[in-house]
Design a protein around this ligand. Structure first.
Ligand code: URA
Length: 433
């Protein structure tokens, strides 16, 4: 088999066989197919799609590119959550310690920023010392003892995803259903989880901009889970504005701490509780999501969730004193307010552009080898439905260098201001079992 022929096949709208997909993944993981050929194939998949069998074969090949963790020595049903990616989507960070404090065993293998979206690992690395590269043994021990660990896919777990993910991020090949589905499911199935809650984002800040595409992705993910005996529940959730008020790594850690203190923004808190409640039901810790929610609210109120976050940070070598002293998180040198040019109501937000603006400030990557600046980002002062007066701050940029005019304009133009107060957005669009 030759990669050049397989690229041509996909370019010409033909269907790749399981053997061909296995060849591509095995050889690319082994370093025998160069990035430029893989990039061409990814673009062909992006443009010409894959059918159901190809997508399942891709997910399986990526899963089998490395080690599949055996967590059977940890008693109980292991449950994880994964988001398809959004702007300001820091949910995993408060969620993991919250559900761990309620008794869920949550082995979480997460990703880095992709395109305009942030990544849980980049956010956690804003915590001084936090190590995302644990060994499998450390990961298992930590989940067993304290209920949760959030790590990067180790070199041994779904290594194909690690390489392909980084390549997609810099080749404009992210928003393809087969690529997202295989990426998510290869990592999650390899982590040894027994059940999975999927947060499939839909809207102008998600990879899936329309309800129909998001639903198709959700159904693909749930089906791959079913084929692999991992029950999945997918929530289609709104991404037509950022989650919470912060975009940027250290800023989002601070907002996550607020959630665990019971002082977080309503949307982030609500989504954390909804997804967490589903995890408790899948783990058979609660019979209903209502019962589960009451348990989780109790864990926030009595401080157990916050204590579990400190434990998680300590377990992964981080400085847990940032929880009580968030000023110890990396701080930007300077700030700049972006002010409204007219008065009215915020009627819409260009969420994708807000994510990109944060990336351009240094909060994400434009090239594979780029370093991420943990301190920079954007704090929003207004969201959809809020009233605004001319001259009032819409957002504040957190900067370690002068903000390019292009970024300032991008943030300003991300806020649509109209005269009529819009209907509030619905956070949960649909649930797919
Ligand atoms: N999350 C992932 O893990 N992979 C993707 O491709 C998109 C979101």
């Amino acid at each position: 088999m030759r990669m050049i022929d397989l690229i041509a096949k996909k370019r010409d709208h033909q269907v790749l066989t399981t053997a061909e997909i296995e060849f591509i993944i095995t050889e690319y993981t082994a370093g025998n197919i160069p990035d430029y050929q893989m990039s061409a194939l990814l673009m062909a998949i992006y443009l010409n799609d894959m059918n159901h069998d190809e997508t399942s074969a891709l997910a399986k090949a990526m899963l089998n590119s490395g080690e599949v963790l055996d967590l059977t020595m940890i008693p109980g049903i292991k449950v994880d959550k994964h988001s398809t990616g959004g702007v300001g989507d820091k949910i995993s960070i408060p969620l993991a310690p919250l559900v761990a404090s309620a008794g869920v065993k949550n082995p979480m293998i997460s990703g880095r920023g992709l395109g305009h979206t942030g990544g849980t690992l980049d956010k956690l690395e804003a915590i001084p010392g936090y190590n995302v590269d644990e060994t499998v043994e450390q990961f298992i021990e930590q989940v067993q003892e304290h209920g949760t660990a959030i790590i990067s896919a180790t070199k041994d777990v779904a290594p194909a995803d690690r390489k392909i993910y980084a390549l997609r991020d810099v080749t404009s090949t992210v928003e393809a259903i087969p690529l997202i589905a295989s990426s998510v499911m290869s990592k999650k199935l390899a982590s040894g989880t027994n059940a999975l809650v999927l947060d499939v984002k839909v809207g102008n800040g998600a990879f899936m901009k329309t309800e129909a595409r998001a639903k198709q992705l959700a159904e693909t993910l749930v089906e791959i889970g079913r084929q692999n005996n991992v029950p999945c529940v997918a929530y289609l959730t709104d991404m037509n504005q950022p989650l919470g008020y912060t975009i940027g790594n250290a800023l989002e850690i601070k907002e996550s701490i607020d959630v665990l203190r019971g002082e977080g923004p309503e949307d982030v808190t609500e989504l954390t509780l909804i997804l967490g409640a589903e995890m408790l039901v899948l783990a058979k810790i609660a019979d209903t999501t209502e019962q589960a929610r009451t348990i989780l609210e109790g864990k926030i109120k009595d401080g157990s969730a916050l204590a579990a976050f400190k434990q998680l940070i300590t377990d992964q070598n981080g400085d847990a004193s940032i929880v009580d002293h968030p000023e110890k998180l990396p701080q930007a040198l300077t700030t700049l307010d972006i002010t409204a040019k007219n008065s009215g109501y915020i009627t819409g937000m260009q969420t994708n552009d807000l994510g990109l603006a944060s990336v351009k400030l240094g909060g994400g990557r434009a090239k594979k080898a780029d370093l991420v600046d943990p301190a920079v980002g954007i704090v929003l002062h207004k969201k959809i439905g809020d009233s605004v007066k001319i001259g009032e701050a819409l957002a504040t940029l957190y900067l370690n260098a002068a903000a390019p005019q292009e970024v300032q304009d991008q943030v300003l133009n991300s806020f649509e201001i109209g005269s009529e107060k819009p209907e509030p957005l619905t956070l949960i669009h649909e649930i797919i079992h």
